[in-house]
Ligand binder design. Structure first.
Ligand SMILES: Nc1nc2c(ncn2[C@@H]2O[C@H](COP(=O)(O)OP(=O)(O)O)[C@@H](O)[C@H]2O)c(=O)[nH]1
Ligand SMILES: [Mg+2]
Length: 319
């Protein structure tokens, strides 16, 4: 069996190898991704975003169990640029995820993202496609934080879950600052802590404000769910919430699903374009004996500036 057939058959070893190659940016992985692409589009992708420690991994773990109960197969991608592979966070995740290891219906992978040239979003999207082609019914993607990468990754998901905890002013600020638009569901985890109801109210106010501003642009009113992930409390509500959002997308009377698919495709296309264009230009420079480091030096020494360097490079390389 060739690698394509192995992955389509859901073989763990072949899949893990391809994911590693994507992480290492081995160029042969592109050919494989190209061949796998026609087989993607069946999985339901759920993205989780929120600050470190709010309980995303614990939620993902619990939801994975819930989906298994439905007989669904699950892929899990944990994207954590802040923690190296050998780091404590990943170790903690490993231990927590241990119970899934004997379950062939769950495939787990952490993305370390060591200084990615082409960016986090691209490898994540590629990996989502692999798990999709591999036949996983549901793919749970965990990303850290609320930065640009996370917002972009969130756009790859059908349902995006913004996770927060009681009393985190920063979180609420982040929600205000633009992540509001991406949340299909807001989770207030660690509901065992004081102030949970208050946080729910604050988010509800923001949601209502956002809905008014959004002018029914897509008609989905974000849900707010309280959970205590460590004890599995609220997981059923969250699960049902995701199902509800899925039903809404699939009803598709306003082209909701197509919106999601378009965002994702656009995202993937732009990422790949940026990545390949950059690679091509850097390659051409190097083949002419121009080193990026020398250009950097010029900018540092104020012999030139970033803007002029870029203009010059583009003028020469994109003729
Ligand atoms: N008290 C409490 N602790 C929780 C809850 N959910 C997760 N935790 C703990 O919070 C810590 C961080 O959880 P983790 O899932 O790794 O957070 P992540 O960084 O967002 O993935 C762990 O020690 C969890 O056991 C909860 O509902 N209540
Ligand atoms: Mg985590």
């Amino acid at each position: 069996m060739g690698i394509i057939d192995q992955i389509l058959a859901g073989e763990v070893r072949a899949t893990a190898r391809l994911l590693r190659d994507i992480d290492d940016q081995v160029s042969s992985s592109q050919t494989i991704l190209r061949e796998l692409y026609p087989y993607t589009g069946k999985a339901y992708v759920v993205g989780f975003t929120g600050s470190p420690g709010v309980g995303k991994s614990t939620l993902v773990d619990q939801l994975a169990l819930r989906y298994r109960k439905e007989g669904k197969t699950v892929g899990i991608l944990a994207v954590d640029p802040t923690s190296p592979f050998s780091g404590g966070a990943i170790l903690g995740d490993r231990i927590r995820m241990q119970r899934h290891f004997l379950d062939s219906g769950v495939f787990i992978r952490s993305l370390a993202t060591r200084g990615h040239f082409g960016g986090l979003t691209r490898s994540t999207n590629d990996m989502i496609n692999v798990l999709d082609a591999m036949g996983k019914d549901v793919i749970l993607v965990e990303t850290v934080g609320v930065g640009q990468d996370e917002v972009e990754i969130a756009q790859s998901a059908h349902t995006t879950i913004v996770v927060t905890i009681p009393g985190m002013g920063d979180e609420i600020q982040a929600i205000k600052a633009g992540i509001m638009e991406i949340g299909s569901i807001f989770v207030v985890n660690k509901a065992d802590r004081e102030g949970s109801r208050k946080t729910v109210r604050e988010i509800r106010n923001l949601v209502e404000l956002g809905m008014r501003r959004r002018e029914e642009s897509n008609g989905w009113e974000p849900l707010i769910v309280e959970t205590e992930a460590v004890k599995g409390r609220g997981i059923e509500d969250l699960f049902q919430g995701i199902e509800k959002h899925r039903d809404y997308l699939l009803a598709n009377d306003r082209g909701q699903l197509d919106d999601v698919l378009q965002k994702r495709a656009r995202n993937q296309l732009m990422e790949a374009l940026r990545d390949e264009a950059l690679k091509t230009i850097v390659g051409r420079l190097e083949s002419r004996g121009v080193l990026i480091d020398d250009l950097v030096r010029k900018v540092v020494d104020k012999e030139s500036d970033p803007y002029s360097v870029v203009q010059q490079v583009l003028a020469e390389e994109l003729r």
